[in-house]
Design a protein around this ligand. Structure first.
Ligand code: TRP
Length: 336
């Protein structure tokens, strides 16, 4: 029996290279070896975007296309929509008794997000909703509904996986061994920095390269990337370790990296030429992805069908879990 891999992603924007190298590239690798479930977490996206449902809906399709374009194969893996599985919402209600408010507020990911909200909106009481504070519980339902054993995620998600493990242990200790305790699987590159050198790449920071960016956009973005500020003239020697162009060369430029590093250090490489080489390599790398994206954009009926069939298959598994959960909790009155 293959082990079950489950992971989710919020449909709030297109995938950028930070998502790709940090997490979603490894999803493509695992689909050959495991029984894989990839969730488009639209209900979770609504916790932060409940007042902007159009945005979430649009991004459900954008993200599904991104996932198909990087090589997630619906014949190998199940891509499904969180909102199409009401069993997740039901499990969330049952699990909510197993978590204290104090524990939710202590979750480092939740804590960071609350601090961000405070910075943006001021008063915590007015911006932090019940649904938001509870999303780790809902995420535990995402994972356990499908018997997820291995959860490939970025580093920032570790506290949520830990919280899920605690819920599983608590459930099993009270009601009996029903749920599977999941394990996080970290990607090779835990976090990819932004074009400006910021530790995080993101839409709100304006420092991301998207998988769907055109060559012209990639050109402009790389040209604006931060390099060693002490390198004034073309033939000044420089320190590649503080240069974002070198940082991305390491991701995209294969064997060329050693030359890039050596020439940068000894001053035989100008930044403009170095950036152009990187632009070419990024464009080459992303071209097959962009081509597949074009195909799916012109075949939206296929995209719709993949989501619908994936959700149907995923739901069958969630229904089984829910049945076992209700039986264990002694709320299985009518044998449905
Ligand atoms: N919280 C995750 C994120 O923001 C998305 C997510 C939803 C998820 N459900 C999940 C991740 C289940 C792993 C498992 O990226």
């Amino acid at each position: 029996m293959k082990k079950t891999v489950l992971t989710g992603i919020r449909p709030t924007g297109n995938l950028h290279i930070g998502h790709y190298f940090g997490a979603s590239r490894s999803w493509v690798e695992v689909q050959d070896h495991y029984d894989c479930y990839f969730e488009i977490a639209d209900v979770q996206a609504l916790t932060d975007n409940f007042d902007n449902p159009e945005k979430v809906k649009k991004n459900v399709y954008e993200l599904t296309i991104d996932l198909l374009s990087i090589g997630i194969d619906p014949n190998k893996a199940t891509i499904f929509l969180q909102s199409a599985i009401p069993e997740i919402a039901e499990l969330t209600v049952y699990y909510s008794n197993l978590v204290t408010m104090a524990r939710l507020y202590r979750n480092p990911t939740v804590k960071t997000e609350i601090a961000q909200k405070k910075r943006l909106f001021g008063n915590e009481g007015e911006s932090v909703t019940y649904g938001f504070v509870g999303y780790p519980v809902s995420q535990a339902a995402d994972i356990t509904a499908f018997g997820g054993e291995i959860i490939p995620v970025g580093e920032d998600q570790l506290p949520l996986i830990e919280q899920c493990r605690e819920i599983v242990r608590k459930f099993n200790s009270i009601y009996g061994e029903v749920l599977i305790e999941p394990q996080a699987l970290l990607g090779k590159y835990p976090r990819i920095k932004g074009l400006d050198g910021n530790d995080k790449m993101g839409k709100s920071l304006g420092n991301a390269i998207y998988l769907c960016d055109s060559p012209a956009i990639i050109h402009d973005k790389v040209m604006s990337a931060i390099t060693d500020p002490n390198k004034i003239r073309k033939d000044d020697p420089a320190n590649p370790d503080i240069c974002m162009v070198y940082y991305y060369h390491k991701l995209f430029s294969g064997d060329e990296v050693d030359t890039v590093c050596a020439e940068c250090k000894n001053g035989t490489r100008g930044c403009v030429a170095c950036k152009k080489q990187l632009i070419d390599n990024i464009c080459k790398y992303l071209e097959p992805i962009r081509e597949k994206r074009e195909y799916y954009l012109n075949h939206m009926d296929e995209v719709q069908k993949i989501l619908e069939e994936g959700s149907k298959k995923a739901r069958e598994k969630a229904q089984m879990t829910l049945k076992n959960v209700k039986k264990a909790m002694k709320i299985d009155f009518f044998n449905e």
